[in-house]
Design a protein around this ligand. Structure first.
Ligand code: BG6
Length: 478
């Protein structure tokens, strides 16, 4: 036994925190998320021989195990994977199915029977958040939570208050260490690249601060609308859907200090420190837009004022970032699909040897989606002329480094292994809701915008006095 395990002050949970799971139980295995993401992720893990434990599905649908397996195979094929019989056979052999109502105590007895003999379960809750409390209580009553990890899906709250209630519900029966909250952006390999590029290269960190950086722009543009998700989207809007969670996580990765160790808490603490250094967001720094035609989407309220676009300014009051604005814009039905983080450096001074040139600023872009990569924008001399033009020193990650695992593949594998570094903690959830709460309480009016545009023109005014929105880096997107 290691000295760590001998420490009488450590709880059973802590001792278990980094140990691989010996079974995974998926609540809601017949649902949409499982169909679109989970089966694909599990299949890809199986293919890479990264799965080692049985998988038990739980849901209310009266399906047979065979039906679930057939459904899984179809889901994997529909997601675009070519299903290899041998790989799928191994995955299918792991699967069993429990039919049960999440509000009935008997369900948890059935789950207990299905996992008997296992003592390091991961419970993955792919169910509506209002059921989280009920399910973890059911698991606790059946004495199943002692050594467990519980993975929960977004949305985690609708505002600060509801997020606190949700946290409290989970914490009634679980330690914080046991709760893994998914934000799939943290599972995106290029998001992790931000941290590695910054800290593993001595050329970036010395200039990554307010002395050298003019502003940071984070863009998440989608060239499709709300489509068949009107009922989900209309009470939510862009701010809650992608800013409070995904884009603030990207911001934290750009702005964080280097973690002091490989420990999950050390990494998570550095991310949350960024949010703690940010003042509440101001409605006067917030622009909301709605694409033309949104009101005709099925499930959208007749006079809905929900935003499908938002742009905002954020500030970080610390030594590294004071005076450097961060700008975020995100929207549906914009002209292109791209998510990028763009660091805009300060302009160089006038060139005495070429005084007619107006030197332009350098930028460093990390493209998260699609075709992840990085690009350093520099000025170079035009051949034969005493003039410069902008050129990109760029890199497509998959070409240079190979294919990366997909976000759910990575996150499920980390949940099974007990690595919590890419999950969000209670503090992050509460801090990010704190930041956006004033915008939810006092939203500015929603401004219509044309499909295929960059959203309402008003978003440009947020950047007055700073470099304007730059066109995203779209080179070599495949
Ligand atoms: C989801 C949002 O969380 O993230 C969607 O609900 C959004 O509205 C999606 O489209 C974007 O994720 P990705 O990984 O496809 O960029």
């Amino acid at each position: 036994m290691s000295p760590r395990n001998l420490d009488p002050h450590r709880s059973a949970v802590e001792m278990n925190a980094n140990e691989p799971a010996d079974v995974m139980v998926i609540f809601g295995i017949t649902g949409d998320l499982a169909r679109k993401m989970t089966f694909r992720a599990l299949y890809r893990l199986e293919r890479r021989k990264k799965l080692e434990c049985p998988i038990v599905g739980v849901a209310i649908d009266d399906w047979s195990r065979d039906h679930l397996i057939e459904h899984g195979r179809q889901a994997i094929a529909d997601s675009g994977e070519t299903v290899d019989d041998a790989v799928f056979g191994r995955l299918a052999a792991r699967l069993s199915y429990v039919v049960g109502d999440y509000t009935a105590p008997e369900t948890y007895q059935l789950v207990a029977e299905a996992i008997s003999g296992k003592n390091k379960p991961v419970f993955y809750l792919e169910i509506p958040p209002f059921l989280f409390g009920r399910v973890v209580q059911g698991l606790a009553d059946a004495d199943l939570t002692k050594n467990a990890r519980v993975v929960v899906e977004k949305p985690f709250g609708h505002d600060l208050e509801s997020a606190r209630v949700l946290n409290a519900d989970l914490r009634m029966v679980l330690d914080e260490d046991q709760i893994l909250r998914i934000d799939h952006f943290l599972g995106k390999e290029p998001a992790m690249d931000i941290m590695f590029l910054r800290f593993a290269n001595s050329i970036f960190e010395p200039i990554w601060d307010r002395n050298n950086i003019a502003s940071v722009q984070i863009t998440m543009a989608e060239n499709f609308g709300v489509e068949d998700r009107g009922q989900f989207y209309d009470p939510v809007g862009a701010m809650r859907d992608v800013v409070q969670n995904h884009l603030l996580q990207l911001l934290a990765l750009v702005a964080m200090e280097p973690p002091a160790s490989a420990d999950a808490d050390a990494i998570r603490r550095r991310r949350v420190d960024v949010f703690r250094a940010m003042p509440d967001l101001r409605p006067s720094n917030y622009v909301r837009g709605q694409y033309d035609g949104y009101l005709d989407v099925k499930g959208v309220a007749p006079e809905s004022t929900t935003e499908t676009f938002c742009a905002l300014r954020l500030d970080i009051d610390n030594w590294r970032w004071s005076g450097v604005p961060f700008f975020i814009r995100a929207g549906k039905n914009l002209g292109t699909k791209v998510t990028e983080v763009r660091v805009v450096f300060k302009k160089p001074p006038k060139l005495a040897f070429a005084p007619h040139l107006a030197p332009d600023a350098n930028h460093f872009v990390i493209r998260i989606d699609p075709t992840p990569g990085a690009s350093l924008g520099v000025r170079a001399k035009k051949p034969g002329e005493r003039a410069t033009r902008g050129v990109d020193l760029s890199l497509i990650f998959s070409q240079a480094l190979g294919q990366a695992p997909e976000p759910y593949e990575r996150l499920l594998s980390d949940a099974l292994a007990g690595d919590r570094s890419l999950f969000t903690g209670e503090a992050t959830i509460e801090e990010t809701w704190r930041l956006v709460q004033p915008l939810l309480d006092n939203p500015p009016p929603v401004i219509p915008y044309e499909k295929g545009s960059w959203g309402p023109k008003e978003a440009d005014k947020l950047l007055r006095g700073y470099p304007s929105w730059q066109d995203p880096w779209l080179d070599r997107i495949s």
